[in-house]
Design a binder for this molecule. Sequence first.
Ligand code: ADE
Length: 270
Amino acid sequence: MRLRFDILTLFPDMFCGPFDDSIIKRARESGLISIHIHNIRDFAPGKHRVTDDYAYGGGGGMVMKPEPIFACVEHVLQEEPELEENPPIILLTPQGRLFTHQVATELSQHRRLILICGRYEGVDERVREHLVTDEISIGDYVLSGGEIPAMVIVDAVTRLLPGALGCAVAPLQDSHAMGLLEGPHYTRPAEFRGWRVPEILLSGHHAEVARWRRQQALRRTLERRPDLLARAPLTAEDREFLASLGYHGPFADDDEGRETEDEGRTTDDE
Ligand code: ADE
């Protein structure tokens, strides 16, 4: 099953390069994905093909006009309509919902994604209200446009498609896939400038290595992103290890626990 990306942009040349190497290149060549870049300017009417205009009501900055964006999306939807009846039409904007591993996973279930790269001060509100089905931000900062965010989404989503990576288990162990950051990795030599690889990794005890890795992931997540621990699925052993590091919650299933307790209490009262 192929996933088709349609990217609508005023700067198609920006996409030369990032999709022509490594995993994305291989995914394209093997037919796992296809990427179609569309120049919004080609859909602007008139000799000058104007795509932006002054904001009604004054104030500085230009706004992307609605007509070329609507025309471009309508054109794109006519290509391979059998792929998906109502594919997501996503506007890249700092005002969108935050792009996370979960959102990437959700998007990877589709057969087709349409990505609109916003520019200037923004796009005419009617595009938001009557055309797009989703708005995504890749972080709380403002970029010059949605082109780099579109590349980020193509990359993150493609990695999740079965067959995109050489090793099928790799994406499941990536940082964030398990709700935790990954622990450290080492390769040869076993000693470099006097710094040795942790002995456990050389021991050949697979179960011990797996336990150590899990603990390293927990430790690193606690140090760098404790907010993730509150949402990650954790075992009793994980919690015990975290307690030994001084972390006693909150945990993802705290609410559930409390709810069950509350329900119990209500029944008692009755
Ligand atoms: N366009 C400008 N900044 C952006 C961001 N942070 N995410 C998505 N699109 C953007």
